[in-house]
Design a protein around this ligand. Sequence first.
Ligand code: PMP
Length: 307
Amino acid sequence: MPPYAYIDKKFVPLAEARIGVMTNFLHYGTAVFEGIRGNWNPQQKQIYIFRLREHYERLENGCRVLKMELPHSLDELCRITVKLVAMCRFEEDVYIRPLAYKSSESLGVRLHDMESDFLVFAFPWGPYLDMDKVRCGISSWRRPDYNVIPPSAKICGLYVNNAFARTEVTEKGFDEAIMLTPDGHVSEGSGENLFLVTKGKLVTPAVDNHILKGITRDTAIKLAKEELGMETVERPIELNELFSAEECFLTGTAAHITPVAEIDRRKIGDGEIGGVTKKLQQLYSGVIRGDNPKYLDWCTPVNKRVP
Ligand code: PMP
């Protein structure tokens, strides 16, 4: 079965999904994207798409920022995505990439007087940060201020900033970048939010610390509260606190919950996976695969033959 894409309001084999070279967003990054995961449950032979609607709500918000009208309602976007993944018949974890973009084949730096369109495709994708624990470096590239590009929307052009950071630290031998706010507080990873365990409490940068408001971040906050009885404090974090944390982990749709062993060559805790991180990781892994009945509302089954 070839992977499929939905483009120009049709399902086509992914290899046939093409965009003209003059399409506006290709030149100026005038598009918003999402990253959604479908998680394979081998016992149930089912793929569960995790928090599908919330991803499309975030996409819709981004579209407002970029003055784009989506050709589909939220319900239609969810239906198209489920159908697409079902058509692909994958029996493994998949990544789903929706894109809403300025589709006019017309150059010119602007948001107005431009058509927009939507596409989505899916492909098999295992772990993103492909290791048990990561070593992070602090990037010299800071998150953009709210009056530069709003960092709270997944605007394609914005991600050049994240790419600068990731490549800078990768070339220095680290696995992932930690980016700071313009005033030097901790913000987030290049594709993940960040949490600390400090004095036994969970702490994460607040929504006004130039972060993308991650859906995995929200999931981790809810699971910590419901299942571990731990509240998360959302507030600015300075570097000193980052380096002296007992535990640190990253959260993201692609990266799941990834422990951080080291930051700028300073060990976090004893450099091993911490107790809170491990518990959250285990909980999260069951929840996203539809193995925890309490959180099934977050999981959309793709295959009709639901057990
Ligand atoms: N921050 C950035 C910059 C990201 O690109 C992502 C990935 N979407 C996240 C955080 C995590 O967000 P989510 O948990 O919704 O995937």
